[in-house]
Structures are given as structure tokens and as C-alpha cells.
Design a binder for this molecule. Structure first.
Ligand SMILES: C[S@@+](CC[C@H](N)C(=O)[O-])C[C@H]1O[C@@H](n2cnc3c(N)ncnc32)[C@H](O)[C@@H]1O
Length: 593
């Protein structure tokens, strides 16, 4: 062999290599924001407000966590509090190169395809932009963080198929160590009918199981036998050092009837529970997995009270199963639709423990202004496809004959800000303005028409979408801007009982809905997917105290709710409506009793 070739062939470690492989993993630790708490008791809410930030108080007041965002940032940000604390991590990352984020949505009688958002497209590019090379790097970065989050006796379960399963096993060997490998579970779903003609049908996935340390044991689950069998009772014979048939005092073999056996590493679980419309489990999430699969995973690798995590949670199968089995849980997904689907799924579980919905948005917003206010304004104008203007105080740009004002990144758009903008429009002889903001003062919707009439200026309030935080090139990437929806409520106080009813809801951008969907809309509630009320909002987090939402089982929405207050006083009531696009509309009421 020529000398050079011998040198090139000299490797000092067996492993998997790909173009651009990096083994240092970025750890950006960002603060989380709690955007909503769900099912929290009144005492816990008060306790949380009293001793908000002490570690002990946080531990005592554990709330399960559903986090919206890229799991790379989420996991790094969880490390300071949760390194070495998670007993079980199950992940079902995207693993088919052709997969995308467009999802068929069905709400009541309405059906349409949700296109990928900018966040989802970016994740897709990060994952598959350079084919397998970028996929492997994406997985490597995340598996390293997961290893750090796992408890010493914890296990990781990585669900894949034959596109990438073989690569992933080598990655896991590298990150966890070959000795930590425990099992390769084959999930066999014989009812997964396909049209393969020239090859065999793909009816299995694999789940690779690794321990954080050597010798971690699984609690094997038992499964029902097709029919009971009679078999000799097996016992351990100490002297012989092996398992033998048990005998009675007369030396006769003892027989027993078995109805169950320990599962082996092939789990036969049908797909129909998640793919058939008539099944109770089916949510219409394209990659949803059966609860029975996750039930076996959770029972094998955790005990009641243990912390279970799924950082690619999708429709929330792992979290729902963990909840039903009394485990604590953390879940994340970068799709807003996945987070919303999971929230509804959990709320549908009887006596679901308190949980909170979090995100990392505040930090990303601050980053937008890092290079100065004018850069920030230019960026949003470009994204909104507006041209920039100079010489005004409050007017930043112009689009299709309308002026554009851009609200600050870290504060809400107030009535005062609107008045100043509209005044400047009036004195410049301008007749219309779009006011863009991240958040708006409560109740502005009712005010803007009045302010507009006062100055003869047409005002439109436009929501800057959170997706804007993910955009790098504003001139080329596209995000959808939605006008603020219109929500009208009716409320009645009778003694200490408050009743609230939905009176009107107008989505401002029905043009984003396909024509055939629009035609089917019969009443305003068809546009609403979910609504919730905090009857005692204290200008902090939204505490969900009542909610109604549509599911396949119950496609219609309640339009009225009531609440009995214990004490007289003044209360702020915050109503949150999520429309069929997943956008929030809030409205505040003040009541005195
Ligand atoms: C195969 S699905 C999971 C399905 C889930 N096991 C279930 O039963 O519904 C993969 C999920 O990963 C999410 N995802 C992809 N990249 C992500 C990332 N970087 N961070 C967080 N979630 C991500 C997708 O939005 C998708 O919901």
C-alpha cells in the first residue's frame, strides 16, 4: 500500500463522520416567559405570587411545562435547573426527508391545509438544508443536550425509521457510549396499509433505548396473550444455578395458566388508533403516535412523580400518557399548531394537573433592537413590504397609500401612542394609517374607531407576527401579518355571579382562508377554536380558569360561561380567544361586585 494511502486510512476512533461535523454544542441560555397557566388552584396561584422566585417555592409549586420554540434553545435554557433531573426522554424527531410542516386541519365541518410558518420552514432548512449532513448535526447537537438533562439512572428513547435509524444508532453510541445501549424496540403496525408494489410494505419503526450510565434497568411491561396458555411454573434453582420447572411434594410438575407475558422487543401496536377518524385518540396530527406505544415506554422507564420529557412533542402523545400515569412532564415543539393541539389534548384529560405554557420570545425581541432602533424599524418595514419615510416623528413608512407606524419591540402599543400617530397623520393631511405592534393595550379595538373619527383618519391595527423573530433576510422571507380581530362580549352580574357570553367575533383576514372553507362558515363561532377566561387577572400571567374548545368528539363551542366570586370587590377579567389560524385575541372587562 502506498505510504500516503496508509496515512489517510489511519483512524483512531470508529464513528460516524459527515461534512462539517461539529462536536462542540452551542448553549445559549435564555430566560423563559410563562404566557399562561392552566388548572392552577387559587391557593397555588396566590402562593406563586407571594414567593415567586425562591427555588424552594418553585419546587413545591411544580407545574408541568409546555414550551413553544426550537428545542436547541429550550434544552440549553433548561440545563441550569434540570441537568441530571429527567428520568425519561422520549423523542420522535422528524425523520423522513420528504416531511414538511403543512398540516391538514379539520375543525368542525371546516377542513384546510395549514402551510408551514417561517419558523417551521427555518427548522426544516436547518434540518434538511444540507441533506443528511445537516440532519445528523441537528440530531448530534440535541442528543448531547439531552444526555446532560438525563438523570444518572435515566434512559433516552429515540424513535426513528429505516431512513436514519442506522445512522442514529452510531450517533447514540458516540454520545452515550456503546455500553449504555439497552434495546432496539421494533414497533410493528400491521394495519398500516400502503401501496408498495415492487418491495415489501414499511410496517415498522424502531425505537433505540440507551441508559445515561451502564446497568440502567427497564421495568419490563406485561402484555396480554392472544389466548390463555397452561405451562409449567418456572422457578430459580439456587443449587443448579438455573430456572427449572417447579414440582409439588410428590415430585409432580406444577402447571399454571398464563394470560400475560413479558413483552419482547417487537411491539405489535396498530396504527388505527391514531389514523382512523372513528378512534377516540385520533387528532388529525399527521405524525401522531399511539398512546399504547408511549404507555409501554413510560411504564418501562419511569415511576410515579418522575420527570418525563419529549422535546419534539407534536400532538403531545408522550405528555398525555405521562399525565395519565401520574408522571411530571416537560414538552416542547416549535410549531404553534402543535403547542395548541397539545394544550387542548391535555385539557381534555380529567383532573389534568396544573401546567404552564412558556416561550423564549422576550430575549429574541431584545435581540431585534440590538443594532439600534432605526435598524429595527427598517427590518419590520421591509418585512411588511412598506417603504421607509423620513421627516416624521411617529410615521415610519408608507404602504399602498397608507402611512405605517411601528410599535416598540419591548412595549405595548397604547392609546396615547395611537393618538400621537393619528394627530401627526391629520396635520400632514394623511387619511389612513396602519399601526403595527407586538402587543396592544386592552380595549383599543373599541377606541380606534372613535379616535379615527375625531381626526378623520382610517386606522388599522396590525399584529407583528412572532415569526418575525426568526427571519434573517426581511427582503426575501415572507411572513403573514394579521389585523387585530374584533371581539365583542356581553356580561351580566347577578349578586356574586358573573356571566360572560361571546357576542361577535370578526377575523380581519378571511382572505387567508381558502374559498371553500369561507363558504362553509355559517356563524361567527366557526372562526373560534378555543376561548378561555381569567376571572381575576392581575396584570401578570394569564391564568386559565375556564375554557371551551373544539375537539373531534365535541366540535361545537360553548358560547357562555359563569363564575361565582367568593369576595366582593373590583376584578379585571381577561378573555382570550384563539382563532382557527391560531392567533390570539384578548379582551379585558372590569367588574365590581
Ligand atoms: C414526528 S413529529 C412528533 C409527533 C409526536 N410524537 C406525536 O405523537 O404527536 C415531530 C415534531 O417535531 C417538531 N420539531 C421539529 N424540529 C423541531 C425543533 N427544532 N424543536 C422543537 N420541535 C421540533 C415538529 O414541529 C413536529 O411536531
Amino acid at each position: 500500500m502506498p505510504k500516503n494511502e496508509a496515512k489517510a486510512n489511519k483512524v483512531n476512533q470508529t464513528g460516524l463522520y459527515w461534512l462539517g461535523k461539529r462536536t462542540e454544542v452551542e448553549r445559549v441560555i435564555l430566560p423563559f416567559q410563562v404566557v399562561e397557566t392552566i388548572n392552577e388552584s387559587k391557593t397555588d396561584r396566590e402562593k406563586a405570587q407571594r414567593d415567586l422566585f425562591t427555588k424552594q417555592a418553585r419546587d413545591e409549586l411544580w407545574r408541568n411545562k409546555l414550551i413553544w420554540g426550537d428545542n436547541k434553545y429550550i434544552m440549553a435554557s433548561l440545563l441550569p435547573e434540570f441537568a441530571g433531573k429527567i428520568s425519561l426522554i422520549y423523542i420522535d424527531p422528524p425523520f423522513a426527508t420528504g416531511a414538511d410542516f403543512s398540516i391538514n386541519i379539520k375543525l368542525g365541518d371546516l377542513k384546510w391545509t395549514k402551510e408551514a410558518s417561517v419558523i417551521e420552514e427555518k427548522a426544516y432548512r436547518d434540518t434538511w438544508g444540507r441533506g443528511l449532513d445537516s440532519y445528523l448535526q441537528m440530531m448530534y447537537d440535541r442528543l448531547v443536550l439531552m444526555r446532560e438533562l438525563l438523570a444518572d439512572n435515566g434512559t433516552i428513547w429515540v424513535h426513528l425509521d429505516d431512513h436514519v435509524g442506522h445512522y442514529a444508532k452510531i450517533l447514540l453510541d458516540e454520545i452515550f457510549g456503546k455500553e449504555q445501549f439497552i434495546n432496539e424496540i421494533i414497533w410493528y403496525s400491521p394495519d398500516n396499509f400502503q401501496g408498495n408494489v415492487n418491495r415489501y410494505a414499511d410496517n415498522h419503526n424502531l425505537v433505540l433505548v440507551f441508559g445515561k450510565t451502564q446497568g440502567v434497568r427497564l421495568q419490563r411491561v406485561k402484555i396480554a396473550l392472544d389466548k390463555p396458555i397452561k405451562r409449567d411454573k418456572r422457578i430459580w434453582d439456587k443449587e443448579l444455578g438455573k430456572v427449572v420447572a417447579a414440582r409439588d411434594e410428590k415430585g409432580k410438575i406444577i402447571y399454571e395458566t398464563f394470560t400475560q407475558k413479558f413483552a419482547d422487543n417487537v411491539w405489535t401496536i396498530g396504527q388505527s388508533s391514531v389514523s382512523k377518524e372513528r378512534s377516540m385518540e385520533f387528532l388529525g396530527y399527521p405524525t401522531q403516535k399511539p398512546e399504547e406505544l408511549l404507555r409501554r415506554v413510560v411504564l418501562s422507564a419511569s415511576n410515579e412523580g418522575d420527570l418525563v420529557a419529549d422535546f419534539f412533542c407534536g400532538s403531545g402523545t408522550t405528555l398525555a400518557v405521562a399525565e395519565k400515569l401520574g408522571r411530571r412532564w416537560i414538552g416542547s415543539d416549535l410549531s404553534k399548531f402543535a403547542i395548541h393541539t397539545t394544550r387542548k389534548r391535555l385539557l381534555d384529560i380529567k383532573e389534568c394537573q396544573p401546567f404552564e405554557v412558556l416561550n423564549l420570545g422576550k430575549y429574541q425581541k431584545a435581540k431585534l433592537k440590538e443594532n439600534g432602533v432605526s435598524r429595527y424599524i427598517d427590518f419590520i418595514l421591509k418585512l411588511y413590504r412598506a417603504e421607509s419615510l423620513s421627516g416624521y416623528t411617529t410615521l415610519h413608512g408608507k404602504k399602498a397609500g397608507r402611512m405605517v407606524h411601528i410599535g416598540d419591540v419591548d412595549s405595548i402599543v397604547t392609546e396615547r401612542e395611537i393618538r400621537e400617530t393619528v394627530k401627526e397623520c391629520a396635520s400632514a393631511g394623511v387619511k389612513s394609517v396602519d399601526i403595527l405592534g407586538w402587543d396592544f393595550e386592552m380595549g383599543l379595538h373599541d377606541l380606534v374607531d372613535r379616535i379615527g373619527d375625531e381626526y378623520s383618519v382610517n386606522i388599522r391595527l396590525v399584529q407583528i407576527p412572532r415569526e418575525a423573530l426568526e427571519v434573517r433576510d426581511a427582503a426575501r422571507e415572507e411572513v403573514k401579518f394579521f389585523d387585530l380581530n374584533y371581539l365583542e362580549l356581553e356580561h351580566k352580574l347577578s349578586g356574586k355571579t358573573l356571566t360572560i357570553a361571546l357576542k361577535e367575533f370578526v377575523i380581519s383576514n378571511p382572505e387567508y382562508l381558502p374559498g371553500e372553507v369561507k363558504e362553509k362558515v355559517g356563524k361567527f363561532t366557526d372562526y373560534i377554536d378555543y376561548w378561555a377566561v381569567d376571572f381575576d387577572y392581575r396584570n401578570d400571567t394569564f391564568h386559565n380558569m375556564w375554557q371551551s374548545f373544539r375537539t373531534r368528539k365535541h366540535p361545537s363551542l360553548e358560547t357562555k360561561c359563569s363564575h361565582i366570586y367568593e369576595k366582593a370587590g373590583k376584578y379585571q377579567v381577561l378573555v382570550k380567544v384563539v382563532d382557527i389560524f391560531g392567533n390570539d385575541t384578548n379582551k379585558m372587562l372590569e367588574v365590581e361586585l
